[in-house]
Design a protein around this ligand. Sequence first.
Ligand code: SAM
Length: 276
Amino acid sequence: MRLDIVTIFPEYLEPLNVSLVGKARARGQLDVRVHDLRRWTYDRHHTVDDTPYGGGPGMVMKTEPWGEALDTALADGYEAGAGGPGGPALVVPTPSGRPFTQELAVELSQRPWLLFAPARYEGIDRRVVDEYATRMPVYEVSIGDYVLAGGEAAVLVITEAVARLLPGVLGNAESHRDDSFAPGAMADLLEGPVYTKPPVWRGREIPDVLVSGHHGRIARWRRDEAFRRTSAHRPDLIERCDPAALDKKDREMLSILGWRQGPDGRFWRDADAVEQ
Ligand code: SAM
C-alpha cells in the first residue's frame, strides 16, 4: 500500500518510522512518502494560509500550494503505474468528518493508495476537496468529538489502524480477530481483560478458567467479560446490537448486567440498573 502525506510539519510524521508501521515500511509492505507543503510556496515567508472570506477568527489554508502538492504526489504515482483501477483515495482529517471506526479502517485497508491532507489553522479552502472529489473517492474523517490543532495526529491514528490490517503486517494474522470492534463473532463488543505470566502478581491471581484448558469455557468467559465491559463503557453498543446474533448464554449475561429485552427484541436498561 502506498501512503502520501502532505503536511507543513513533516517531522510530525517521524513515528511512522517506528514499530509496526516502521517495520512494514522496512519490509516494503508500506510505501510512505511525506511531502512538505511549503515546497509549493513561492514567497519569502512560504505562506500557506490567508484570512477567511466572510471574516472571522483564524486563517484558512490556501488552494494553490495544496493543489500543486497533491498534483505532484499523484503524478509521481501515475508515471510509475501505481494508480490503475484501484487508484488513490484522498483522506482529509477533519472534526466535521465521518467518524473513524474499525469498519472504515477495514475499508481504507482495501485501497492500494491513500493520500492524506492533514490541515492546520481553520482547515483547507473547501475548493480543494471539491476539486479532488471529481477525480477520486474522498474520505473526510474525524478521529473523535474533539478539536486538535492539526490533522497530523489523526494521520498517525488512521495509518496505524489501517496498517495493522494489511496482510503480513501483524506477526500473528489472528491477532486482530478478537479485537474490540473486529468483524465476526465479537462484532459490536469491546474486548475483555487479558492476562499473562506470572499467575500471581502482588497477591492478584488470574481467573482460574484461563488455566482450565477447557476451550469452550474460556471462550464463554471471554464473551461474558466482553459483555461486562461493553455494558459498562459503551452501553450504546448493546442498545444497537443485533439480538439475532446473541445466544441463550449471551442473553443470560445481559440480564445479569441489568439489560431487558423490549417487544422489538432490542435491549434497554433502566438508568439506575446496577453494574454487576
Ligand atoms: N475549525 C475547524 C472545525 O471546527 O472543524 C477545526 C480546525 S482544527 C484547529 C485544524 C485541523 O486539525 C483540522 O482541519 C483537521 O485537519 C485537524 N483536526 C482537528 N480535530 C480533528 C479531529 N477530531 N479529527 C480529525 N482531524 C482533526
